[in-house]
Design a protein around this ligand. Structure first.
Ligand code: AMP
Ligand code: TRP
Length: 327
């Protein structure tokens, strides 16, 4: 039996090469080994204000991008959270078993709410209960997340254990796995800060759907330094970041790359880098265009996924309802 792995990704912002190199590529590679469920978490997205049209378009765009990147509907399930109502239904029940104190300890809420604590939605506060429902509905063994989401997965564990001890074995107790730190890609405009989906500065990130010209222009404008030598060196974050991106897209080793650029200048490095990114993203972008040209097909891929896993979610929900005396 393969391990069940559940991953959630928000359909907001633009997916960039940092997301691709460190997360999406690993998801794709892990498909033969795990029983993967990938969930586009639109219900989580509405915990902060969203434009309805944009949200819907972004959910479909993300689905197409993930299929284009290699998520294989024969091996894995990729679906949109709001298409299975059991997520909301289980979240409500879990709400009634999560003590306020546990929720008040969640650090991400404190960061996201900032000074607006009285204005943000109850949903933003309750975000971890919905995330626990996502995970627990599918008898998930492992949840790959970044450090920032670990506390939420731990809350899902705690509520599963609490429920099991009150009502008898109901939930599989999941665990968070922090993937080995793959590529950490930094902003092109500021190589001391992580490339981020929410940063809006035009030169900051290379998004997976950027055109070749946009990619070239962003790379050519990337911040470097006033030295000359082209070497992997963490003390020179600009050049180091460009070389790291080059390493991932070219598949060459660090010493091969240093040899290749020996005696060359930053303009040469940037030109070559832009081309490996353009070529590296080309197949993904052309599959993306094919998928989005046929929305009926894209929607049918998503609904086939839903029909595979809805029975699992409903079975868990029925069991939980039965345990607590509902239904
Ligand atoms: P986020 O963009 O924060 O929703 O993250 C989605 C996934 O991409 C997570 O697995 C992150 O660890 C990864 N990720 C986000 N930004 C970067 C980055 N700049 N470099 C490498 N990985 C990243
Ligand atoms: N909160 C996660 C994030 O912002 C997304 C998410 C929602 C998730 N539900 C999940 C991740 C369940 C893993 C499992 O990145």
């Amino acid at each position: 039996m393969k391990k069940r792995v559940f991953s959630g990704i928000q359909p907001t912002g633009n997916i960039h090469i940092g997301n691709y190199l460190s997360a999406i590529k690993h998801w794709v590679a892990s498909q033969p080994e795990y029983d993967n469920i990938f969930c586009i978490v639109d219900l989580h997205a509405i915990t902060v204000p969203q434009d309805p049209k944009v949200l819907k378009a972004k959910s479909l765009e993300l689905a197409a991008l993930l299929f284009a990147a290699g998520i294989d509907p024969q091996q894995s399930v990729l679906f949109v959270q709001s298409h299975i109502s059991a997520h909301s239904e289980l979240a409500w029940i879990l709400n009634c078993f999560i003590p306020m104190g546990w929720m008040q300890r969640m650090t991400q809420f404190k960061e996201k709410a900032g000074t607006q604590r009285e204005q943000v939605s109850v949903g933003l506060f309750d975000y971890p209960a919905l995330m626990a429902a996502d995970i627990l509905l599918y008898n998930t063994d492992e949840v790959p997340v970044g450090e920032d989401q670990k506390q939420h997965v731990e809350l899902a564990r705690d509520v599963a254990q609490r429920f099991n001890s009150l009502y008898g074995e109901t939930f599989v107790v999941p665990r968070a796995v922090i993937p080995p730190s793959g590529a950490r890609i930094m902003g092109l405009d500021d190589p001391t800060s992580k490339m981020s989906k929410s940063e809006t500065n035009a030169g900051h990130a290379i998004n997976l759907l950027d055109s070749p010209d946009e990619i070239r222009s962003k790379v050519m404008r990337a911040t470097t330094d006033s030295l000359r030598e082209i070497r992997f060196d963490e003390n020179r974050p600009g050049v180091n970041n460009l070389l790291t991106i080059y390493e991932h897209f070219s598949g060459l080793s660090q010493s091969e790359i240093e040899a290749k650029f020996d005696g060359k200048g930053y303009a040469d490095l940037k030109r070559e880098l832009a081309e490996v990114i353009v070529e590296g993203l080309r197949p993904l972008q052309s599959r993306y265009r094919e998928l989005t040209a046929d929305p009926t097909h894209l929607n049918s891929l998503l609904s086939e996924g839903v029909s595979k896993i809805r029975p699992i979610a409903e079975k868990t929900l029925r069991l939980v309802q039965d345990r607590v005396g509902l239904g």
